[in-house]
Design a protein around this ligand. Structure first.
Ligand SMILES: Cc1ncc(COP(=O)(O)O)c(C=O)c1O
Length: 398
């Protein structure tokens, strides 16, 4: 199958990407039909068969294990190191809340983090007197390792940063940061919301301790799904913050010596019941990406098309691309001279081009996925040219 035929087949499997010029996977990825089929089948099973029969628990256990195995293949680790979550933020909370923090302990982070990471960090700062040291990275184009290294000291117990930043799309050097952090015994918690499914991730080779991912963005799964990886060190060191029957070893249902016993694997970070249709959708998405589309192909295509889009935008008069071109993948942020980003996003939506605006920095952000066609970029450029003309016209009429 030629590249063009492959892209065409993928696009016909994901109706949202032909319905719109869909450039907003950084918020929600488009769903492939196999995902909604799997969700529908699971919902029907619940409706017709009932939610509890003799095999229901077994089926849920199997589906969860399939999901952990798929995530482990994506992240290059063992399934026992994966816990299923509802989203990225869940995973980051489990890690950040997992330390027995003492006043004066320090967390190093960056000014490029999403509220999904900032929230848990500032929560422990308030509750336990943890000191937060924030590296100022700007657009992420400079010497990130030095900016973070300056803040790490013997009181640092955790470093929290994104692999691919949500605001400018810069890929951060997480392996180098992990090496520095480990020298002082700190754990490295990585927000993988924008990297999982958009760039290759090998948590073992990178030396990461915790890697939190969503199902609903670049992995094209349903909302309410996610996962988190724990290294063996992280499993040894982090405590449970929320606990339930799913966290406990089978014998743990009867307290041993007065204590419940958590499972030996990362599954101990799971708590209770899950929405099986969503879980079935997550498994279907991951399997489709791996078996039908192919991760290597996905990463290559996102990298090439993303760079093409950034370069194309950079040639337009008055457009400033904020994304560092030497460390990017599919997420691109830009401003247009004399155009308010929010108004521009609305004007683009009227032309059926779906992107978003963000606040820090205040700009337009687009996400280029493996399913996008080169024509999508041309349609974005055409819509942008038209929209900025309209916005300029509206201004001069005032
Ligand atoms: C870098 C980053 N972290 C965290 C989140 C929050 O993701 P979730 O809704 O999966 O918790 C987002 C969402 O946009 C993000 O871009």
């Amino acid at each position: 199958m030629s590249e063009q035929e492959k892209v065409r087949a993928i696009r016909s499997a994901m109706p949202a990407v032909t319905e719109h010029v869909y450039l907003n996977t950084g918020t929600f990825g488009p769903l492939p039909r196999v995902v909604t089929d799997a969700m529908r089948t699971e919902s029907e099973r619940e409706l017709i068969d009932g939610r509890i029969t003799t095999t229901s628990y077994e089926r849920a256990t199997q589906l969860k294990q399939l999901a952990r195995e798929e995530v482990a293949q994506l992240l290059h680790c063992r399934p026992e190191q994966i816990a299923l979550t509802r989203h990225t933020t869940d995973g980051i909370n489990l890690a950040v809340m997992g330390r027995n923090w003492q006043p004066g302990d320090e967390i190093v982070t960056t000014d490029m983090e999403h509220p999904g990471a900032q929230g848990p960090i500032f929560n422990v700062a308030r509750r336990f007197g943890v000191v937060v040291r924030t590296a100022r990275l700007g657009t992420g184009a400079g010497d990130v390792v030095s900016a973070i290294a300056r803040l790490i000291n013997t009181r640092t117990r955790m470093v929290v940063l994104s692999h691919l930043t949500w605001n400018t799309g810069a890929i951060l050097p997480v392996a180098e940061v992990a090496e520095l952090a480990h020298r002082v015994g700190a754990l490295v918690v990585v927000d993988g919301a924008q990297s999982a499914g958009s760039i290759p991730v090998d948590v073992t080779a990178l030396g990461i301790d915790v890697y939190a991912i969503p199902g609903q963005k670049w992995l094209c799964g349903p909302e309410g799904t996610g996962a988190v990886y724990f290294s063996d060190d992280a499993l040894d060191q982090l405590y449970l913050t929320i606990v339930g029957y799913a966290s406990l070893a089978p014998s743990g249902l009867e307290p041993i010596g007065g204590y419940f016993v958590p499972k030996p694997t990362a599954e101990r970070f799971e708590v209770g019941g899950v929405h099986l249709p969503a879980l079935a959708g997550q498994v279907a998405a991951l399997r489709w990406l791996r078996e039908e589309v192919g991760y290597d192909w996905i990463f290559q295509r996102i990298s090439e098309l993303g760079r093409y889009a950034a370069q194309r935008l950079a040639t337009l008069d008055g457009v400033q691309v904020l994304t560092p071109l030497d460390r990017m993948a599919g997420l691109i942020s830009f401003t247009v001279r004399d155009c308010d980003p929010q108004k521009l996003v609305e004007a683009l939506a009227q032309r059926n081009v779906i992107v978003r605006w963000i606040t820090h920095p205040y700009c337009v952000r687009l996400s280029v996925g493996f399913y996008n066609a080169e024509e999508d970029i041309e349609r974005l450029v055409a819509a942008l040219t038209e929209a900025r003309g309209e916005l300029a016209g509206a201004r001069s009429a005032v």
